[in-house]
Design a protein around this ligand. Structure first.
Ligand code: GTP
Ligand code: SPV
Ligand code: MN
Length: 610
C-alpha cells in the first residue's frame, strides 16, 4: 500500500543466487513470502544469506536492545547469553498439534485439530503480528547438501534470536537456496514471537501441506522449526511414505582396537543422555587399549537403505542444542569444548566475570545472576540455571566430531540402542532377539519425564522410540513402518538390519543412588554392543533378551559390587508381569490399528517370565 516501505526489493540480492533454480520453486517461495508479509505487516523483510557479516549484524542488534548479553571476549569469544520469557522455557506438548485431514491419522498420542479449525485460530493471530518488527526469511537445509537425504525448508520468523539460532543449528542462507534449485521443493515454516502468552501458544503441523505454523514461543523445539517440527514430525510422515526413518536418535562411531569403526544410533527421550553418549570420552584404560569414539549427531537421525541394503544415517542438523545443567569436564568434556566459543546460551546463570555457570559445571560461585536476571547465591532456594537451560553451538566445534559427519551418504548403522530413564524395574542392558523383538522394545519404552517439556518431572510414561512428542502420524502406523523396514526382500531388511539393544543408565538402589556410574563408563556397554555386532561378546539369555556377562562389562575395574550388579540386572517377575499388563493397556490405545506382532511379542514375554 502507498506509504509503506517496499518489502520486496530483496535488498541483499539473495534471490539472484540460485542459478539454474527451477523457476517454480523460486516463484513459490517469493509468492509465499509476499503473502505472509501482506498478512503479518512487518516493517522490513530480510532474506538471510547465512554470512558471517549477517550473523554479526544480527547479534549486534540484539546486544543493543538487550536480547543478548555478550560474554567475556577471551574466555567465551563470540558467545552470548539470552534470558527467555520466564514462561517460555521448554517444549509445550499440550499446545503442539498434528493437523492432518483425518483425526485418526494423528493417532492417540498427538493433539489434533482439522487444518481448517487450526487456521481459523491461527490466521487472526498472525494478522498484523509483525507490525514494527523485521520479518526474517530463513532458508535452510537439513542434511548434508547435495545428498539424497537433504531437505530444504524456509522458516519465516520475526525473532532475530530464532534466526541466529537457526544459523547455528542448520545450514542456512544461500546454500539452502542452491539446494532448493536442486530439489525444487521446500517445507514451509511460519513463526512469530507473538505476545509470548501461553493462551496464544500453538505449534501446529500440516502434513498434507508440508507446513508448520508456530506462534507465541521462542523456545528451541517450539520455534527453531527445522529441528523437531520439520526434521521429525513432518519428516516422519515423509519417511513413512518414502520408505526411510526419521528418528530422535544420536549417531556415534566406536572404533575397536583392531581399527574397525561400528556406527550406532541411539534413541533416548529428551534430556536422557543422547548428547552425553554421542560425545562419550572413553575411560583411560579403554583408550590405552585402542578404543575411541566419534560423534556424528546428538539428537536426530535420518536413516535410509543404501545400495548394500544396510541402513545408512545422516545427522540432518549442523549444531547442538544441548542441555547445560550437568555438563562438566567430568561428565562431558566434548560438549563443554563445543560451546566454548561462538555459542548462544539460553537461561543459564551469569558470573561476575561475564562467563556462564550452571548446576553441575563446577562448584557454585559465591554469587552470580540467575536465569531470571536476579542476584543469586548458593543459599538461594532455586537453581541458578533453569533445569532446561541450553547451549546452541556449532557441531563442527566438537573435538570428537567424526570425519564423516557431513558425508552426504551418511554412515552405516550396525546397532540401534533404545534407552529410557527408569529408576526401577529395567535392567542395565540387553540385546533383542531379532528386529521384530527390537521394534517391540522400542514401542514399549517408557521413561521418567524431564524438564525438556512442560509437565511433571519424574512422572513415568511410555515414550515409544523416544518419539512420543515427535511422531507426526499414528503411532501404530509408525510401528508398522518399523516392522516393514525389517522385512526380508525389502530394499534392505532381514539380516542386514542393525541389531537392537535396550539400556538404562538410571536404575537406582534402595538408597536412591544410581547403581551404574554412567557417562564415560557407558563405554563398557558400547564395547559389548560392538563385540556383539562383530559376532563376539558373551551374553546370557534372559526372558528380556541377551544380557552381557560381568566379565564383558569389566565390573571389577569399575568397582561395581556383585550386589549392585545383581540389582542392576535383576528381573523381578512380579514387576515384569505388571509391566506386561501395562503394555497391553498401552497397545489397547491403538485398537485395530496395532500391528499384531507387537501384541504377540508381549504375550511371548509373559510366557518367558513363566
Ligand atoms: P535432548 O537434547 O533433550 O533431546 O536430550 P539428550 O538426550 O541429548 O540429553 P542429554 O545428553 O543432554 O542428557 C541430559 C541429562 O542426562 C543430564 O542431566 C545428564 O547429567 C544426564 N545423563 C546423561 N548421561 C548419563 C548417564 O550415563 N548417567 C546418568 N546418571 N545421567 C546421565
Ligand atoms: C528435546 O526436547 O528433545 C530437545 C530440545 O532436543 S528441543 O529442540 O527443544 O526439542
Ligand atoms: Mn531431542
Amino acid at each position: 500500500p502507498p506509504g509503506e516501505p517496499p518489502l520486496f526489493a530483496y535488498p541483499n540480492g539473495i534471490m539472484d543466487a540460485p542459478t539454474g533454480s527451477p523457476a517454480k520453486a523460486a516463484d513459490d517461495l517469493k509468492s509465499w513470502v509476499a503473502a505472509v508479509a501482506a498478512r503479518t505487516r512487518p516493517s522490513h523483510v530480510h532474506w538471510c544469506d547465512g554470512s558471517d557479516a549477517e550473523y554479526r549484524r544480527l547479534t549486534e542488534a540484539m546486544v543493543a536492545d538487550g536480547t543478548l548479553i555478550p560474554l567475556h571476549e577471551r574466555k567465551q569469544p563470540g558467545s552470548y547469553l539470552h534470558r527467555s520469557d520466564p514462561s517460555d522455557v521448554a517444549r509445550l506438548e499440550d499446545r503442539t498439534f498434528i493437523c492432518s485431514e483425518n483425526e485418526a491419522d494423528a493417532g492417540p498420542l498427538n493433539n489434533w485439530k482439522s487444518p481448517a479449525e487450526m487456521k481459523a485460530i491461527l490466521d487472526p493471530l498472525f494478522e498484523g503480528c509483525m507490525r514494527g518488527r523485521t520479518m526474517y526469511v530463513v532458508p535452510y537445509v537439513m542434511g548434508p547438501p547435495g545428498g539424497d537425504a537433504a531437505k530444504v525448508g524456509v522458516e519465516i520468523t520475526d525473532s532475530p534470536y530464532v534466526a541466529a539460532n537457526m544459523r547455528i543449528m542448520t545450514r542456512m542462507g544461500r546454500v539452502a537456496l542452491e539446494e532448493l534449485a536442486r530439489k525444487g521443493h521446500f517445507t514451509k515454516g511460519l513463526h512469530s514471537t507473538g505476545d509470548l502468552s501461553k493462551e496464544n501458544r500453538y505449534i501446529a503441523h500440516f502434513p498434507d501441506e508440508d507446513l508448520i505454523m508456530s506462534f507465541s514461543s521462542n523456545y528451541g523445539g517450539n520455534a527453531l522449526l527445522g529441528k523437531k517440527c520439520h526434521a521429525l514430525r513432518l519428516a516422519s510422515v515423509q519417511a513413512r511414505n518414502e520408505g526411510w526413518l526419521a528418528e530422535h536418535m544420536l549417531i556415534v562411531g566406536v572404533t575397536n582396537p583392531q581399527g574397525e569403526t561400528t556406527y550406532i544410533a541411539g534413541a533416548f527421550p529428551s534430556a536422557c543422555g543422547k548428547t552425553n553418549l554421542a560425545m562419550l570420552v572413553p575411560p583411560v584404560a579403554d583408550r590405552a587399549q585402542g578404543w575411541s569414539v566419534e560423534t556424528v549427531g546428538d539428537d536426530i537421525a535420518w536413516l535410509r537403505f543404501g545400495e548394500d541394503g544396510r541402513l545408512w544415517a545422516v545427522n540432518p542438523e549442523h549444531g547442538f542444542f544441548g542441555v547445560a545443567p550437568g555438563t562438566s569436564e567430568e561428565t562431558n568434556r566434548n560438549a563443554l569444548a563445543s560451546c566454548r566459543a561462538n555459542t548462544l546460551f539460553t537461561n543459564v546463570a551469569l558470573k561476575p566475570d561475564r562467563t556462564v555457570w550452571w548446576e553441575g559445571l563446577e562448584p557454585a560461585p559465591p554469587e552470580c545472576i540467575d536465569w531470571l536476571g536476579q542476584p543469586w547465591t548458593p543459599d538461594s532456594d532455586h537453581p541458578a540455571a533453569h533445569p532446561n537451560s541450553r547451549f546452541t553451538a556449532p557441531a563442527g566445534q566438537c573435538p570428537s566430531i567424526s570425519d564423516r559427519w557431513e558425508d552426504p551418504q551418511g554412515v552405516p548403522i550396525d546397532a540401534i540402542v533404545f534407552g529410557g530413564r527408569r529408576s526401577r524395574v529395567m535392567p542395565l542392558a540387553f540385546e533383542a532377539f531379532d528386529w521384530e523383538h527390537g521394534t517391540y522394545l522400542g514401542a514399549t519404552m517408557s521413561s521418567e519425564k524431564t524438564a525438556a517439556a512442560e509437565g511433571t518431572v519424574g512422572e513415568l510414561r511410555f515414550d515409544p522410540m523416544a518419539m512420543r512428542p515427535f511422531c507426526g502420524y499414528h503411532i501404530a502406523d509408525y510401528w508398522r513402518h518399523w516392522l516393514e523396514m525389517g522385512r526380508k526382500g525389502n530394499a534392505g531388511g532381514g539380516d542386514k538390519m542393525p541389531k537392537v539393544f535396550h539400556v538404562n543408565w538410571f536404575r537406582r538402589g534402595e538408597d536412591g543412588r544410581f547403581l551404574w556410574p554412567g557417562f564415560g563408563d557407558n563405554m563398557r556397554v558400547l564395547e559389548w554392543i560392538v563385540d556383539r555386532v562383530q559376532g563376539a561378546g558373551d551374553a546370557v539369555e534372559t526372558p528380556l533378551g541377551y544380557r552381557p556377562t560381568r566379565e564383558e562389562l569389566h565390573m571389577d575395574d569399575l568397582g561395581v559390587s556383585a550386589e549392585d550388579e545383581e540389582a542392576l540386572f535383576a528381573v523381578n517377575r512380579d514387576d515384569w508381569r505388571a509391566e506386561c499388563d501395562q503394555r497391553d493397556a498401552w497397545f489397547d490405545l491403538c485398537g485395530d490399528r496395532l500391528p499384531p506382532e507387537l501384541r504377540q511379542q508381549n504375550d511371548a514375554l509373559r510366557e518367558r517370565l513363566g
